[in-house]
Design a binder for this molecule. Sequence first.
Ligand code: FE
Ligand code: FE
Ligand code: FE
Ligand code: ZN
Length: 162
Amino acid sequence: MPLKTLADAFHDELRDVLSAEKQLTKALPKMAKAATSEELKAAFENHLEETKTQVERVEQAFEDTGKAARAKTCEAMEGLITEASSMMEEEADPEVMDAILIACAQKVEHYEIATYGTLCTWAKQLGYKNAYKLLKQNMSEEVSADETLSGISESVNAAANA
Ligand code: FE
Ligand code: FE
Ligand code: FE
Ligand code: ZN
């Protein structure tokens, strides 16, 4: 279907982020399993729970568009997850693997922040007030997740460099 209006582009991008978040609900448990640091494991498990709620918020955000909440494969997230998966197959010291997992996870968070940034800007322009509120909530959680990972990286990187 051709994308004629900003509303069409918004709906398409919403489908993309729905796919991205759904992909993450499958990837995060693997990352938690691969992590050795208890703090990092907990951060992944916590963000997994947040991500499940984010999926629901995105589904609710479709209501403003009047169109169906149907995902459309986010190829960028597929790529980020593929890269993380191949890194997890590398032979690495546990502390080094933790540092790598944080690096992979922060790429994901930054990608999500960029996506929600655009979606919030478009929702505002389109007057989609409820969608804006929901997407802003998701964006705040991604920012917090990223900050949490930066915090954990301090001790993880030091241990990896020991
Ligand atoms: Fe997310
Ligand atoms: Fe995407
Ligand atoms: Fe890369
Ligand atoms: Zn996230």
